[in-house]
Design a protein around this ligand. Structure first.
Ligand code: TPP
Length: 584
């Protein structure tokens, strides 16, 4: 082994980052992390550091970058409050399986445990929201810890890894050889597929009359969209996707039956209910998909393909499963399966779609419907933008009405549902693809949580458009109050707001406002024509609800479909149809 050069711990951190192919990281400085920022400054020709205005902004930018590229996103913060400001983002990345490395400064080793200034027990605090975390205790272990952090973040089911580095270790110098490989074998994260189980799956598929593929974000993480497409097209099995899986299968394909779950399509949720074989691929049977567990997909046999052993049988028991590389498993399964017509099944799916399609009716003279605004964004960008969202009604309308034909164009906070995620995530995606149009479809409530990062879009002149669907409410919560709390709007009306056009202006970026459907089309077209950052505020109808909606804890078939049709009527309709022969 070549003799190692004398280097500071901070320089070792930078060298591993560069060696791992990191081109950019997002962060905010402070006392305990100063040596590492200094090393980054001295290496600015090798790696770009984006200075954010808040550490939450930094970590969501790293997530946006990671989701858009599939690479590991990196963020950096100081000790104490800098590190604790990362906690929401770490939890978000953990829930949504985002590959991420967070580097935090820690107080000097001899002060740890003394309640020193800006000391926080960061490994303790983040233990439950990281895939793994490290407190570096010795400069000799620092390069290997950094190497392992990247390996753990990206291998198997991806997730966030935190490396906490005491200031004295970052500032010290030592001769430590650069480790070439991680110290952990890949088999720890990616099990070998069980091909007997794959054969069993092929038998179940051969026997099924009403099969359904239910795929999720794991397909995108495994870069297995192509393999999913080949499997679905060969077998002719209809496909539904989770919120996190949108784009894993082309929305314009005839086999695609829209998103499923709490705000999934009528056809997808009934397909889930009445299918006889459910093929879960890179999805985890979370409660937003299953609804009431005891009534979840009651007529089906179930199979599960995933990389994470803890997902198997966690919420729903299955008849066959295998873990491992999804491309290998889907390739093997595709070879074993034949083609079938499923005509009756497709007829049923079509009939459900005809009865209750995902649709809206925009009266040109009435208030702007948020669905119309999303549809216009889709039309004007020809479906070619990278879309991020905040959390709330606008997120669900974006999922329903922007049609994704490719993976990694849809970046949203699914598991944690983090308001304030979308804008910084859009910034991260824009750094990855500077020529792309990146649009944050935002609610007025969410945008106000992280809008301080407007300074970053201005500073770097990013092609990020924030479209605020302004209903002057915390709309999704208001919707629940409309439906279940007798319209008592406790804490959901937020009439005091910035003038978003002036806000844009004071950051030196373009601002637009629309109050009618016609203006909506005009200002969106104008904003998208001009490169560079913009805020587009669209004043939308505050009374609009997201439908379908499976009430929390309800069965998927008990969807509320529109304002006229309350829950009791849906249930009565189902009971009547059941008595007639099981179909609606
Ligand atoms: C950080 C955070 N706090 C609270 C919530 C709970 N919550 C979910 S949706 C929502 C309202 C979002 O309002 P807005 O961003 O205006 O979007 P809209 O629903 O009106 O489209 C709230 C408060 C959350 N998801 N995240």
């Amino acid at each position: 082994m070549a003799k190692a050069k004398l280097k500071t711990g901070a320089q070792m951190v930078v060298d591993v980052l560069v060696d791992e192919g990191v081109e950019i990281l997002f962060g905010l400085t402070g006392g305990a992390i100063l040596p590492v920022f200094d090393a980054l400054f001295q290496n600015r020709h090798r790696i770009q550091l984006v200075d954010t205005r808040h550490e939450q902004g930094a970590i969501h930018m790293a997530e946006g970058y990671a989701k858009a590229t599939g690479k590991v996103g990196v963020c950096i913060a100081t000790s104490g409050p800098g590190a604790t400001n990362l906690v929401t983002g770490l939890t978000d990345a953990y829930m949504d399986s985002v590959p991420l490395v967070a580097i935090t400064g820690q107080v000097p080793s001899h002060l740890i445990g003394t309640d020193a200034f800006q000391e926080a027990d960061v490994v303790g605090i983040t233990r439950s929201c990281t895939k793994h975390n490290f407190l570096v205790k010795n400069i000799q272990e620092l390069p290997q810890v950094m190497r392992d952090a990247f390996f753990i973040a990206r291998s198997g089911r991806p997730g966030p890894v935190l490396v906490d580095i005491p200031k004295d270790i970052a500032a010290a110098s030592a001769e430590v050889p650069m480790p070439k490989a991680p110290s952990i074998p890949l088999s720890k994260f990616v099990p070998t597929p069980d091909f007997k189980q794959v054969e069993r799956m092929a038998e179940l598929i051969a026997a099924a009359k009403k099969p359904l593929i239910y795929a999720g974000g794991g397909v995108i993480n495994a870069n297995a969209s192509e393999a999913l497409y080949k499997f679905a097209r060969k077998t002719n099995i209809p496909v539904t996707l989770t919120l996190m899986g949108l784009g894993a299968y082309p929305a314009n394909d005839r086999q695609f039956i829209d998103m499923l779950g709490m705000h999934g399509s009528y056809r997808a949720n009934l397909a889930l209910t009445y299918c006889d074989l459910l093929i879960a691929i890179g999805s985890r049977f979370d409660d937003r998909v299953t609804g009431k567990l005891s009534e979840f997909s009651p007529h089906s046999k179930k199979v599960h393909i995933d990389v994470d052993p803890t997902s198997i049988g966690k919420n729903v028991s299955v008849d066959a499963h295998t873990l491992g590389d999804m491309n290998v498993i889907l390739g093997a399964l595709t070879k074993l399966c034949g083609t079938k017509e499923y005509e009756g099944w497709y007829d049923e799916l079509d009939a459900w779609n005809k009865k209750h399609p995902l649709a809206y009716k925009q009266d040109p003279k009435a208030k702007v419907l948020p669905q119309f605004a999303v549809d216009e964004i889709f039309r004007l960008t020809k479906g070619d933008a990278i879309i991020t969202t905040e959390v709330g009604q606008h997120q669900m309308w974006a999922a329903q009405f922007y049609r994704f034909n490719k993976p990694r164009r849809w970046i949203t906070s699914g598991g944690l549902g983090t308001m304030g995620f979308g804008f910084p995530a859009a910034i991260g995606a824009s750094f990855a693809y500077p020529d792309a149009t990146v649009i944050d479809i935002a609610g007025d409530g969410s945008f106000q949580m992280t809008m301080q990062e407007l300074a970053v879009v201005k500073q770097y002149d990013l092609n990020v458009k924030t479209v605020v669907l302004n209903n002057r409410f915390l709309g999704m919560v208001k919707q629940w109050q409309d439906l279940f709390f007798d319209k008592r709007y406790a804490s959901t009306s937020i009439p005091a707001q910035p003038d978003f056009v002036k806000l844009a202006d004071c950051y030196g970026i373009a601002g637009y406002r629309a109050e009618t459907p016609k203006q909506t089309t005009e200002v969106l077209a104008e904003a998208f024509k001009r490169k560079g950052p913009a805020i587009v505020e669209i004043v939308v109808d505050e009374e609009e609800h997201v439908y379908p909606m499976v009430p929390a804890g309800g069965a998927n078939k008990d969807m509320v479909l529109n304002k006229q049709q309350d829950r009791e009527r849906v249930i009565a309709e189902i009971a009547k149809a059941k008595a007639k022969g099981g179909k609606r």
